[in-house]
Design a protein around this ligand. Structure first.
Ligand SMILES: *Cc1c(COP(=O)(O)O)cnc(C)c1O
Length: 366
């Protein structure tokens, strides 16, 4: 095997391990019902309006999309009250994360800073780019240690990633706090606030930096259609960013990474206020229900402003995860985040939440 050709940064990569599919789990455990509450997907599925738009545009699949997604960027710009030129769309926000790193950080020289634990894509794409990835441990209550973050930054730091609300804890910092931190960081550092879950943090203006984006020449805000808008499988995310970064990201981005159906679906999803409101209601009610029921079962539950809850069960977390799996409920163990005593459950429908609590009760009391 000619591994000499493989870059040394790449040799350590492991293939993404997706776990068993719903069909495989049904077969393995002889189940008819499987409920997935593992990936923070929208509990209501895909909006009916968006499904209709996708179906109606299916015949366009043979066409290339418009390079640079002008219609979608205009629609997002209007939705957020941001000029379209300051929006860049990607194949999920994952693509934007990768682009930001590669546009500003020099391999073998610069570094990137994030908290520990954090969203795995920040680290994976930094490593792939050959850039040092530094992590600052979160406080014990999973709040953000700002002083430690400021100390970790040096003249070679190019990007800081902050997830707000955070994944997997659900912790959310206030906007005013973020503004203070931005003021403490040198403007030579790009601060990326990943707001994948911001729609679930109410009132949004207390937490989102979006309304202040123009005040900071080094601020990038990331958003996604994967959670609130229910389009995880179509792959669509975007960034709000200053002119110069928008310009260069557009220059290097693969021109057709956002496909034509994702573009149509994204535009339709932004207009579907009914689905948005229904999702928000379902998630807020479910979050309260699950949080109080988990506490009744003796779990330590962390306050969350996202569409999931992190908790520590009173029994071995991995055994609880496996017990639930056998009963057809998939949640997320957090071993890969270095949090082996914790689990993360995505908020489901009322019925799914009840089924999860019933099965968990059996496992914990059995
Ligand atoms: C789910 C998630 C995203 C969204 O990623 P996509 O590529 O847009 O699906 C981004 N950041 C965090 C922290 C997430 O949990």
């Amino acid at each position: 095997m000619d591994r000499e050709l493989i870059r040394k940064e790449v040799l350590g990569f492991k293939p993404y391990s997706p776990g068993l599919s719903i069909e495989e789990i049904k077969k393995k455990y002889g189940l008819t019902r499987v409920i997935k509450m593992a990936s923070n997907e929208n509990p209501l599925g895909t909006s009916p309006v968006v499904k209709e738009v996708i179906a109606r545009n299916a015949a366009l699949a043979f066409r290339y999309p418009a390079a640079g997604n002008p219609d979608l960027r205009a629609a997002i710009g209007e939705y957020l009250n941001v000029p379209a030129r300051n929006i860049v769309c990607g194949n999920g926000s994952d693509e934007i994360i990768d682009l930001i790193i590669r546009v500003v950080a020099r391999p073998g020289e610069d570094n990137i800073v994030a908290f520990k634990p954090c969203f795995s894509i920040y680290e994976l794409q930094s490593r792939f780019a050959g850039v040092e990835f530094r992590q600052v441990p979160l406080n014990n209550d999973f709040s953000f240690p700002w002083d430690d973050l400021v100390l970790a930054i040096d003249e070679k730091t190019k990007v800081v990633f902050i997830t707000n609300p955070d994944n997997p804890s659900g912790f959310c910092a206030q906007k005013d706090e973020l503004k203070e931190v931005l003021a403490r960081l040198p403007q030579s550092v790009l601060v990326v606030i990943d707001e994948a879950y911001i729609d679930f943090a109410l009132p949004q203006d207390e937490y989102s930096l979006l309304s202040d984006w123009q005040d900071h020449p080094n601020l990038i805000i990331l958003r996604t259609f994967s959670k609130m808008f229910g389009l995880a499988g179509l792959r669509l995310g975007f960034a709000v960013l200053p002119d110069v970064y928008a310009d260069y990201l557009q220059r290097v981005k693969l021109p057709f990474s956002v496909n034509i159906l994702a573009e149509k679906a994204g535009i339709a999803a932004l207009k579907d206020r009914f689905f948005y409101d229904q999702t928000l209601k379902t998630v807020c009610a479910g979050r309260e229900f699950l949080s109080s029921e988990l506490k009744k079962l003796g779990c330590k539950v962390f306050p969350s402003r996202a569409n999931f809850l992190m908790f520590a069960p009173p029994k071995d977390a991995f055994e609880v995860f496996e017990g639930l799996l056998k009963k057809g409920i998939i949640i997320r163990p957090l071993k890969s985040y270095g949090l082996k005593e914790y689990l993360r459950v995505s908020i489901g429908t009322e019925e799914e939440n009840k089924a999860f609590i019933d099965e968990l009760r059996e496992i914990l009391n059995g």
